[in-house]
Design a protein around this ligand. Sequence first.
Ligand code: PLP
Length: 468
Amino acid sequence: MYTKLANDLHITEQILKEIVNESIEYQKLITDNDYFVAPKTEQTYIDSLPDDGSGALGALQIFKSKYKDKLIKTIGSRYYGFIVGGATPASLAGDWLTSLYDQCAMGIPTDVDYYIENETISMLKELFNLPNDFFGSFVSGATMSNFVNISIARQWAAKRLGVNVSEDGLYRLEGLKIFAGCPHSSIYKSLSMLGMGRNSLQLINQIPNREAMDVDSLEQELEKNKGVPSIVIASAGTVNTADFDDLLAISKLKEKYDFWLHVDAAFAGVAACSEKYSYLLNGMNNADSITIDAHKWLNVPYDSAIQFSKHKQLQLEVFYNGAAYLGGMDENPAIFNLTPENSRRMRSLPTWFSLLAYGKKGYQDIVERNCYIATLFSDKLDKSQEFRLLAPTKLNMVCFTLESDQLSPKLIHSFLDELRMTGQTFLTPTVYKGTPAIRIAVSNWKTTEKDVQIVWNQLSRLGEKYSK
Ligand SMILES: Cc1ncc(COP(=O)(O)O)c(C=O)c1O
């Protein structure tokens, strides 16, 4: 055995203890709030592969000296960029163990990972109030979940048009229509990856001053397309304002028209666990497929999402991965015949840990506390002279802009850059209905009112400077 490997084998316990110490130190930093939220990095690259390695502890030293201080503290309570969530202690434990056990979690029905994944899916269905006729599997993120679900929708629509697309390809799929109101960019990406093309998506009018689809306009389009199957992609939680399509009204149209309803509930699907917010997702149960991320509001480490669909047979047609050496196609097909990957990590374990550790009440607390924090920001912004709210804050997302005659994307970027350099928080820019804007996405389980004051002090100070 190569000496460095042999030595690491000999000191495995020491390596693991070092990593535990490193983890405790990092967690302490976050808990003590003594950190720079989003440092910028300009590094020189390691210029060549070492001939002789440094061993695991040597690699750890190189990492620490080169990158450790530059990490973005997404697990802290004042990171409000994109929409990222954090990692609950139990999900972190599950994630470590996932790597330790290193299962090739193909979901073969006689293996432990199959049970853990199915148990997790079943608990999630309870958390999200989803009926049992949904099949669910873990994938790497909402983009991949949208991709999987739209591919099943494509299989469904193509069959209606007399084409078995998984066997015969796309070329006879004329007339298929795809509608959406305010789709996430990953929907376009999925359509591209599926060979359906970004331009196949037809946008439906939005309700004025909202990001929600106008259901009457959707019905008009479905009427025009009557007799041809279509795919409707509904948003449950848009990234600017956390707006929701009226899922109940849209799903009722299924009684009159032949369409597949896919719901992208990447972050906001988790709100279904709260009695206060579950009304926003009324009608989601009538969908054919649903996307929900675990690595966002479930506060599970990257990368983890769930795709749900009611059409397991179609899913099998698309993802069936037949090879004599793999088996897995008995009466009860292995999960790798239903998902894009063949070999998979035991991705369900971190969520399994977190659900068992905190249950429904734990997640209700995260959702409701995060939404409360969003209203605190929203109230302060609304009352200020320096800022303007661009939409009412419904959930955990605050969308606002600077009150300035000079308002431009450049001004917003300069403002956000200076805010970032305070080290106290990180927010991301956007454009809302043509207006350069800023988002505060609250999705970390650790965030409390104390954080609002710290961030507001910086926001209001810089607001005075930039709103002139
Ligand atoms: C509504 C929605 N859909 C899809 C995605 C893509 O998710 P992921 O980054 O997990 O692929 C996001 C990410 O923010 C989202 O908010």
